[in-house]
Design a protein around this ligand. Structure first.
Ligand code: XMP
Length: 509
């Protein structure tokens, strides 16, 4: 494995993504991760990430000198480069040398890091405030830019390297090759970490842990993560996995039927489907505040789940927790976690004294999708767009009632259908309908109407942390609007949300 020590760069997760794309397993840990733990992991190589700090700040984050003496190859990126340089006795200068954006990297000396790159000049992305001004004899410069005389260097023994640019971002076209060279050529990783191997090792681990008489419970949400986790656990232990799907009454059209079709009938998983919509709607009656809605739904979900017969006697709870949720790094959480209380089954394990099985803990979202395909899950499951736990309740501004849910579900089904038909799906992060708490005047036939407004939200995003509204063709929007107003009784106006995140969030509540 490759160890990535995180100094807080916004790009640290991208470094991990690129390394894994080379079929090499890697983990991210904070820069001050204990040396004994690193030694026990026995990494084939270490990458020091970038970070927002300046070496001139007091208490600038640093590593123990021991880390550089472990013997494996080390690559320092941006701030990571200063760290190596400083440990080896280099002198840097401060913010005078700021450089943000594109630069031309000129390779001065052929190095394993640059193998396979054609030509000496390459476009790279810079984002730094300091620069290395002079290097000690133990370091050998291998590339420069106009602004940085030591944009890349290597120790004379060839073990440690520093690069000033960011190879992990798309604006550095040669970056993927540079990182591949580091992990495959310099660290000697075999590049054999594939989803097929992952299935093999994970199912082995689950089998070893779950005894013959033990049961694993899982709450399926309809989303990709819990679905893939369930399919993987099922592959390992078959019928000892018991799944529960709670119909909250807040689902998109056809959701419950889809779960039954795929999980119970196609995969043969033991699935209990509970219709709890009455309880959810009763508890949501008269509630307008978005946070209160979210909390009520989270609590009610746990109550319903706990009351299921199948839940009794289980020892384990399976969950689809992903790597971005567990990385103990300096920069791992975006703002949405504190802006909205996300609904999940987090409170369950302690209350029910269940032990957790989280087989996706080390995977990124796109790896989970690849794993789902490896396990034979259909596209309607693995390529689903994200859907919030509290469901349509956070897409109905104002009170959630059965009638308003039905209205939104009809309009939303048209949105889903039209986006799928036009093939926008793959490019978009999410596209859905929102019901507003307004009525406006319209004219239908010869009469006056006074009906509801539907907003369409369609966004492009890499990770849901930031997003931009999709620039959809006017003809497409026109068709959406006319279908929604014609086919959804109670709607006489459709608007398109043209706000990015920030300042808005993706969901309306
Ligand atoms: P926001 O609305 O915060 O959403 O911009 C970012 C992404 O998270 C999804 N979302 C949720 N996902 N439980 C979830 O599992 C939730 O409670 C929840 N709320 C929002 C949202 O759909 C978007 O993709």
């Amino acid at each position: 494995m490759i160890l990535i020590l995180d100094f807080g760069s916004q790009y640290t997760q991208l470094i991990a993504r690129r390394v894994r794309e080379a079929n090499v397993y890697c983990e991210i840990h904070p820069f001050d991760f204990a040396v004994e733990k690193i030694r026990a992991m026995n990494p084939r190589g270490i990458i020091l990430s970038g970070g927002p700090a300046s070496l001139y700040e007091e208490n600038a984050p640093d590593i123990d000198d021991e880390v550089l003496r472990l013997g494996c190859p080390v690559l320092g990126i941006c701030y990571g480069l200063y760290v190596i340089a400083q440990h080896l006795g280099a002198r840097s200068v401060g913010s005078r040398a700021r450089e943000y954006g594109p630069a031309t990297l000129v390779i001065d000396d052929q190095d394993a890091l640059f193998e396979g790159l054609s030509g000496r000049e390459h476009r790279v992305w810079m984002s730094h405030g300091d620069r290395v001004e002079s290097i000690p004899d133990s370091l050998h410069p291998i590339a420069h830019t106009d602004n940085s005389p030591y944009a890349a260097f290597c120790t004379r023994d060839g073990r440690m390297r520093g690069i000033q640019f960011h190879p992990e971002v798309v604006h550095t076209p040669c970056g993927t090759q540079v990182l591949r060279n580091f992990v495959l050529k310099i660290c000697g990783e075999p590049g054999e970490w594939t989803m097929a191997n992952f299935v093999h090792t994970k199912t082995g681990e689950i089998r070893a842990r779950v005894g013959e008489g033990d049961r694993v419970l899982m709450a399926l949400s309809g989303g990709v993560d819990s679905a893939v986790a369930a399919a993987l656990i099922y592959r390992a232990i078959g019928d000892r996995l018991k799944c529960v799907f709670v119909d909250t009454g807040l689902l998109r059209a056809g959701e419950r039927e889809r779960m039954e079709r795929v999980f119970a009938r196609k995969l043969g998983i033991d699935l209990t489907v509970t219709d709890a919509s009455d309880l959810f709607l009763r508890r949501l009656a008269g509630v307008l505040d978005p946070e209160e809605k979210r909390k009520i739904i989270g609590r009610t979900f746990i109550d319903v789940f706990e009351s299921e017969e199948v839940v009794r006697g289980a020892r384990y709870l399976g969950q689809g927790t992903l790597y971005p949720d567990v990385i103990e790094s300096v920069s791992f959480k975006g703002p949405s976690a504190v802006i909205k209380s996300h609904h999940n089954v987090g409170g369950l394990p302690e209350r029910m004294k269940l032990e957790l099985i989280e087989p996706l803990r080390l995977l990124f979202k796109d790896e989970v999708r690849a794993l789902g395909r490896e396990l034979g899950l259909p596209s309607e499951i693995v390529d689903r767009e994200p859907f919030p736990g509290p469901g349509l309740a956070v897409r109905i501004v104002g009170e959630v009632t059965r009638a308003r849910l039905e209205l939104l579900r009809r309009a939303d089904a048209i949105v889903v259908e039209e986006f799928a038909r036009d093939g926008f799906g793959a490019k978009l992060w999410q596209a859905f309908a929102v019901l507003l708490p307004l009525k406006t005047v319209g004219v239908m036939g010869d009469g006056r109407s006074y009906e509801s407004v539907i907003a369409i939200r369609a966004v492009e995003s890499q990770d849901g942390m930031t997003a931009d509204w999709a620039r959809l063709p006017a003809d497409f929007l026109a068709r959406l609007s006319s279908r929604i107003t014609n086919e959804t009784k109670g709607v006489n106006r459709v608007v398109y949300d043209i706000t990015s995140k920030p300042p808005a969030t993706i969901e309306w509540e």
